[in-house]
Design a protein around this ligand. Structure first.
Ligand SMILES: Cc1cc2nc3c(=O)[nH]c(=O)nc-3n(C[C@H](O)[C@H](O)[C@H](O)COP(=O)(O)O)c2cc1C
Length: 159
């Protein structure tokens, strides 16, 4: 039995919704999937999973403060070789700001960078879900897209 973990932080619930869709896509008979917020997870148990997805809202083009603090703690754990995927939610509003338009406006970019520094193996490139405004809702097809990403990850994990 393979084990997959989907970890998230979410202020208004949108990143949680996306995390649930991802987990539902991964789920199959031979894979056990847990979806946990960063407040719920016991960091010591994370190395026991074959795969870890980490998702955060984008705050000022980076992960939320809570997620940054969590990654700092996670940085003390051995994750080498573990499979990883990063995702975020964002609203793209910063793209209207000329000074910031050149920077990638994505929490997932930082999380993926963290995973690479930890020598995790990226199973799939980072992906962003777009929300309207700060509080959402999510763009119409986002849940379906994350379900599909989950299915793809699930089929890689199952072999
Ligand atoms: C303090 C703060 C800063 C934000 N900064 C950005 C940003 O730089 N770029 C962006 O696209 N969205 C930004 N947003 C919008 C968030 O990405 C949006 O609230 C989030 O995706 C919603 O996810 P959640 O419901 O899981 O909290 C910001 C939101 C807050 C509250």
């Amino acid at each position: 039995m393979k084990r997959a973990l989907v970890l998230y932080h979410s202020l208004f619930g949108n990143t949680k919704t996306v995390a649930m869709s991802l987990a539902r896509g991964i789920e199959r008979l031979e894979i056990e999937v847990d979806v946990l917020s960063i407040d719920e997870v016991d960091i010591k148990e994370i190395p026991e999973y074959n795969f870890v997805a980490i998702g955060s809202p984008t705050h000022n083009i980076k992960p939320s403060k809570e997620m940054k603090e969590f990654l700092k703690k996670l940085g003390t754990i051995e994750l080498k070789g573990q499979l990883g995927f990063s995702f975020d939610t964002r609203n793209e509003s910063r793209m209207n700001n000329r000074n910031l338009a050149l920077l990638e406006n994505s929490a997932a970019r930082s999380i993926e960078g963290f995973m690479k520094r930890m020598k995790m193996r990226i199973i799939k490139p980072r992906f962003s879900a777009i929300v309207y405004g700060r509080e959402g809702p999510l763009n119409a097809d986002v849940e379906e897209v994350f379900l599909q990403i989950g299915r793809e990850i699930g089929s890689v994990l199952a072999v």
